[in-house]
Design a protein. Structure first.
Length: 355
């Protein structure tokens, strides 16, 4: 147990260190332009402005938030069309929370959770023990191709489908053959339960944007950083200048080369942009007159040995008090549904979930 003196000295040290950091930060005299007013751009903007920089954010669309967008629906409830969860900071909405399982035409399944947990544990261990064999080209699907468990008690094909997608697919919004086995575990930075913002994630982006100078509807097409004064051009021919530029546009924009960098980005960055892929996740919100499902379950999982449609559904009643379900698709299923009419998507969701 440290003595009181030691604690006082320690806290003084912390104050001194903080002062040093703050005074160093306050020396920022740069004019900084940030391209993109999503969470990354807004968070960077707020930090830099606090540190004394002269910050301007240039956003291509007519709104801030990027992939964070909350909407109030008919019962005064905010739903998140984009991101919902803040990883590892929260107290509820845990992936491990109470779950129920369904199978088409069989209705609710009496799955022994400990059986499934055991299966998932074996799957995870199998991946870990095979990681040394994985190259940059090895997909998760390659690794799991030969994964088998001998059991007469469970439908192993549907367990395999579900577990791969539940554990790895949904975290990365991609199918197993699109995920790198070697790097799929390296994302586990935020361990612990997730947090959901009451009233919608957009509350955070709105708050971050409050003191910031943001120019909307200006799509950046060129960044010239040959000289100390960096020049930025937008589609309407406007020119902006800054000492420092932060680019926060999504990977897809960088891949499409919509922004011309002069000089071109360095080779290692270009290679990373080319090699990395983006996940795809679609959400469907279903609002009913009343709750007819188990109010206490957080997740309703669709177990099937035929594909991965709508495998997870979140019970938003638990968090909003309103009869709303949030359903998901990822990867190929998400792409397939994005091309269908709302009526067909709805029919498919209802068919899967409530046969
Ligand atoms: C459906 C869905 C669910 C998700 N769920 C979660 C979740 O639960 N938890 C989680 O942590 N993450 C989740 N994510 C991911 C998360 O939303 C993103 O990682 C995060 O919002 C990205 O923020 P960003 O600022 O880096 O990029 P973005 O939000 O994409 O912001 C980039 C901004 O740049 C702008 N822009 C693009 N091109 C230009 C240009 N040429 N000139 C000027 N501006 C430009 C865009 O309009 C956009 O506003 C989800 C994503 C989706 C789509």
């Amino acid at each position: 147990m440290p003595s009181i003196n030691f604690l006082i000295t320690l806290s003084l040290c912390i104050i001194l260190i903080e002062r040093k950091v703050i005074s160093k930060e306050l020396q920022c005299k740069d004019k900084v332009i940030i391209v993109g007013a999503g969470l990354s751009g807004l968070a960077a903007g707020q930090k830099l402005q606090k540190a004394g920089c002269d910050v301007v954010i240039i956003e291509g669309s007519e709104r801030i938030g990027g992939r964070i967008k909350s909407e109030i629906i008919s019962q005064d409830v905010a739903i998140d069309l984009g991101a919902s969860w803040i990883g590892g900071t929260g107290k509820d909405f845990d992936m491990g929370a109470k779950q129920k399982y369904y199978q088409h035409q069989k209705g609710e399944l009496d799955i022994d959770q400990s059986d499934l947990n055991q299966y998932i544990k074996l799957l995870k261990n199998y991946l870990k023990s095979h990681l040394t064999l994985a190259t940059d080209q090895t997909s998760l699907e390659d690794i799991f191709r030969n994964f088998t468990v001998k059991s007469s008690r469970v439908n192993l094909k549907s367990y395999k489908n579900f577990s791969q997608s539940f554990i790895y697919g949904f975290k990365n919004a991609a199918d197993s053959d699109q995920l790198s086995a070697k790097y799929v575990l390296s994302k586990l930075l935020f361990i612990g339960k997730d947090h959901v913002v009451e009233g919608g994630f957009q509350k955070i982006t709105d708050q971050l944007s409050k003191e910031l100078k943001i120019i909307l509807r200006k799509q950046v097409v060129e960044i010239d950083y040959l000289n100390d004064l960096i020049t930025i051009k937008t589609t309407d021919g406007e020119v902006y200048q800054a000492n420092k530029v932060i680019v926060t546009v999504p990977l897809g924009i960088l891949k499409s080369k919509e922004i011309l960098f002069n000089p071109p980005l360095i080779q290692s960055k270009l290679e990373s942009i080319e090699k990395l892929g983006s996940g795809i996740m679609d959400k469907l919100f279903l609002e009913f007159d009343h709750v007819f499902w188990d109010q206490n379950s957080t997740w309703f999982n669709h177990i099937s040995d035929k594909g991965l449609k709508w495998i997870i559904t979140a019970n938003l009643f638990k968090y909003t008090g309103k009869p709303i379900l949030m359903m998901f698709n990822i990867g190929r299923e998400a792409i397939a549904f994005s091309e269908q009419s709302d009526e067909r998507v709805l029919a498919s969701a209802i068919w899967v979930k409530f046969p």
